[in-house]
Each structure stands twice: as C-alpha cells, then as structure tokens.
Design a protein around this ligand. Structure first.
Ligand SMILES: [Zn+2]
Length: 310
C-alpha cells in the first residue's frame, strides 16, 4: 500500500512539473493522470471541497470552485493584510470530517495541495502547492494558510501577533507570486480564450494578463474584470501610454506616434489600430473589463499623451 508521506511528496512534485511550477491551469482530467507506483491515484475530490484519502492521517488537497464576478462563491477564501490566506471551514460543524482532515494537516505540519478554480466548463484549476495551514482561527471558523516551503518558519508564525514585519513582507510576496499572479493570469487568459484584446494574437507564451489600472493596492487576487489579456508589446504600450483604450472599447494611439515613420511593427502593430475596436473580449458580460477602471486608465492615457487624444 502506498505510503502517505511519500505519496504526498510525489504528488506535489508531479503537479509542480505538470503545471510548469504552478503557472499552467489543469482540468479535472489532467489531474486524474497522476499515478503512484504505477497505479492511478485520485488527488482531487469530485464532490466535497476536501480530499482525505482513506489511509491518510490528514487531508491531501482542498479546492475552491470558480465563480464569475458577481456570483456568490460557496466559500470566502480571503487574503489578510498579513499575507496569510483564509480558508473558511466547511459547514457549521468544526468537527466535520473534512475540517478535521485539514486540522490534522496543520497539527502534523503536512504540505497540502490547493486547487483554485479559474474557469468553469470545463472546470480548470490553478495548483498552489505546497501550502501549509499556519493556524486555526476558531472564532471566525477559518484556517490561515501560507504558500511557503519553509516549515521551520511555522512555529514563529503560529504566535500570530508576534509575527515579524519582515516575515509578513516575505509572506505577502510569496502569496503574490504563488497564488495571486498565476490565478489572475489564468482567469484572464481563459476569459479571453488566449487572445490579445488589442490585436487578437493567440499564443499564450506571448500573452500577459495586464492590470487595467496597474498600481491599485490589493490584498486579494485581482479579478478578471480588473484585467485584460494583451500580448507583450501591447501590454507594454498600454502601461507606457503609447496606446489607450477608450471606455467604449476603441483603441487610441498617442497622437505623436501616428505621424512617425518607421518599420512594420509601428505601422501594423500600433498606427493601424488607431480607432479600431478591441478584437477580443470575454464572452460572458460579467467577465468584461470594469467600466470605471477603463475610464480611469483612459484618463491617465489622455493626461500622459502630450498632444491629447481626440
Ligand atoms: Zn497584441
């Protein structure tokens, strides 16, 4: 019979490899490809949120389903200012077997796998692993989690109030890199079906999830409506105000660039897009860019573009 600790390690290593270190989302079918010692082994629960295999002392994985903006999620998985992620207990009973499974993982300091939903139909998940439960916030019926490898840091984190500022910074950075950024990227790229909103280019390796308003202070994961899929050149052109997007989804190129004479990138990649409508947008209205953010970004574009924009 499979030895749980070895199996757990092997599953985490397999997922790391399979997702290019947490970047690529997986479908349920992809996740079913995992085998241990030649036998298929199920890593993800189909029904409930938490998977605790029979021979395991503690939970192995848990999941959060994707809900488009505006739809209520079954759980509120929030991120606190301390950089720790909050995962709300299942149901009202803290001693539900699934909650016990997570608590056990905390007590044994075992690494967990978190499947974060980034799309429905077909369901796709970003894999965040390993993730550790740092403490239980009993009154609030939730666990505090951290996506860090260094289990030796955990006792220090357990104390909560004594958490050092440098540790908080480290946690916020890790959470951003291992959770926020990949989840944001995947939800945006999936919503735009891997197309640049501006030019329709369809190669994910050449695409980014651009924030519509870049320097907004966020503690949570940016929503799909905060971003747009853009190719590398249009992302940089948008951030640098070479290119603006009117709130009615029409592309504007900075006026002085329209008179410049240069090669095909300037001509086809920028000048010819002036006045054109965006070429790709999410099918679902709820996933389209937030109007107020587009207005704010366009205001910034207008103020930076020296000659102004019609
Ligand atoms: Zn583009």
């Amino acid at each position: 019979m499979a030895e749980p600790v070895e199996l757990r390690k092997s599953a985490i290593a397999w997922l790391k490899e399979r997702t290019s270190d947490g970047l690529e989302p997986l479908t349920r079918e992809d996740i079913l490809d995992f085998t241990y010692q030649g036998e298929p082994f199920v890593l993800q629960s189909t029904q409930q949120g938490i998977r605790k295999p029979r021979d395991f002392e503690a939970a192995l994985s848990f999941q959060t389903v994707y809900r488009p903006p505006g739809q209520k999620r079954p759980y509120e998985d929030d991120i606190g200012a301390d950089g720790l992620i909050r995962y709300v207990l299942r149901g009202d009973n803290p001693n539900h077997p699934e909650n016990r499974g997570l608590r056990q993982a905390m007590e044994l300091q075992l690494p967990l796998i978190w499947f974060v939903g980034v799309a429905m139909v077909p369901a796709r998940f970003q894999v965040v692993s390993p993730v550790y439960i740092v403490r239980e916030e009993v009154e609030l019926k939730r666990f505090a989690l951290a996506p860090v490898n260094e289990t030796d840091m955990l006792p220090e984190m357990m104390t909560g109030s004594a958490m050092e500022e440098s540790l908080r910074r480290y946690l916020r950075r890790e959470t951003k890199i291992r959770l926020h950024q990949p989840v944001f990227r995947s939800t945006v790229l999936i919503a735009y079906e891997n197309h640049c909103a501006v030019c329709n280019l369809a190669h994910p390796q050449l695409l980014d999830a651009a924030h519509i308003v870049p320097d907004r202070e966020e503690f949570g994961i940016a929503s799909v409506v905060d971003g747009m899929a853009m190719c590398k050149i249009h992302h940089a052109a948008f951030d640098g105000c070479f290119l603006g997007i009117r709130p009615d989804h029409v592309v504007q190129i900075r006026e002085d660039l329209l008179d410049e004479v240069d090669g095909p990138m300037l001509r086809h990649g920028l000048q010819e897009l002036h006045g054109k409508r965006l070429m790709a947008l999410p099918k679902r209205n709820a996933e389209r860019p937030r109007h107020d953010l587009l207005e704010k970004a366009f205001e910034r574009f207008r103020s930076k573009a020296v000659d102004g924009v019609a």
